[in-house]
Design a protein around this ligand. Structure first.
Ligand code: PBG
Length: 330
């Protein structure tokens, strides 16, 4: 072959060895950037595996504490807590019960780990209402936005008092961040608990397995009058900017892998700390295909989670947090 008349770019020079590739990798995903979602359920004798989410269980308080210790040993230090109460009612009142499942878990984990872990509490009502919607209902069956916000405020104050570093409203009510911020400030948590706001959460078919784990499937209808339409990215950015104006400390996009463009746009538009939630269905799909031998599940999971980081997420919320952290250990 004739030598090129002028130097040509040869990107493959930098792909020659594993050491070169590692040295020049732009995106990294390390255990401190992972958040493990954890489910704690009242009134069960032992941990109950969730069939559609291999490796995930509904925990008792004791098994939760053990799981958190194991995660921390692997380097995962952020936990997102969901509670499944023994009793549900129309208002979802267990959500603001100071001895509710999440509040009790927060106190226990704070006791075990002090300030060495980041404790994030899901602040929503769907796990607590008997109808499974994210707020109290009006007589016509629609969710009452402002009544939901008032309840989120009460729940957030109770979670902050129990030791939450961040409360994470996931209900997609209008004005939920402002309502929670005002409630926290009024209760003396102005300098403590921050808000990780699900600013851009889609009405997705990918939440199915979670609804088994959190026992929160809507008993009628769906969530498309409060969660976002999957076709909308501009609106996702507007929702994010609104939450910043209302006082959000961290933003959250969900689902993640099917919404990488939204992650990138929200990050570019706000410059805020950003979390993305690789949700239950996204996790389950990888496991299901791997079980059939159709994909290499480990590699697909690692590649997907790295892609979420590359799109612009600072934090990746994933059911694979412990697995990935162990895999990353030298
Ligand atoms: C609602 C909530 C949901 C998830 C997190 N918070 C379910 C929903 O909106 O129906 C889903 C998470 C997942 O699928 O992993 N509080």
């Amino acid at each position: 072959m004739e030598p090129a008349p002028f130097p040509v770019a040869r990107p493959r020079r930098l792909r020659r060895t594993a050491a070169l590739r590692a040295a020049l990798r732009e995106t990294t995903l390390v255990p401190s950037q992972l958040v493990a979602p954890l489910f704690v359920k009242e009134g069960i004798p032992g941990p109950q595996p969730v069939a559609s989410m291999p490796g995930v269980a509904q925990h008792t308080l004791d098994s939760l504490r053990l799981e958190a210790k194991e995660l921390r040993a692997a380097g995962v230090t952020s936990f997102l807590l969901f509670g499944v109460p023994a009793h549900k009612d129309a208002q979802g009142s267990a959500a603001w019960d100071d001895s509710g499942p999440v509040q009790t878990a927060l106190r226990a984990l704070r006791d075990d780990h002090g300030g060495d872990v980041v404790l994030i509490a899901d602040t929503c009502l769907d796990e607590y209402t008997d109808h499974g919607h994210c707020g109290p209902l009006r007589p016509d069956g629609t969710v009452d936005n402002d009544a939901a916000n008032a309840a989120y405020g009460r729940a957030a104050v109770s979670q902050a008092a129990a030791g939450a570093d961040l409360v994470a409203p996931s209900g997609m009510m209008d004005g939920q961040v402002a309502a929670i911020r005002a409630a926290l400030d009024a209760a003396g948590h102005g300098e403590g608990a921050g808000i990780m706001a699900y600013c851009t959460k889609y009405a997705s078919a990918l939440y199915g397995p979670f609804r088994d784990a959190a026992e929160c499937a809507p008993q009628f209808g769906d969530r498309s009058s409060y969660q976002m339409d999957p076709g909308n990215a501009e609106e996702g950015v507007r929702e994010a900017l609104a939450d910043v104006a209302e006082g959000a400390d961290v933003l959250l996009v969900k689902p993640a892998a099917a919404y990488l463009d939204v992650i990138a746009r929200v990050k570019a538009a706000t410059g805020m700390p950003l979390a993305a939630y690789h949700v239950s269905g996204e996790y389950a799909m990888v496991h299901a295909a791997a079980e059939r031998g159709w994909i290499d599940g480990d590699r697909v999971m690692a590649e997907t989670l790295l892609g979420i980081r590359r799109a612009g997420a600072d934090l990746v919320i994933t059911y694979a947090a412990g697995w990935l952290a162990r895999r990353l250990q030298p």
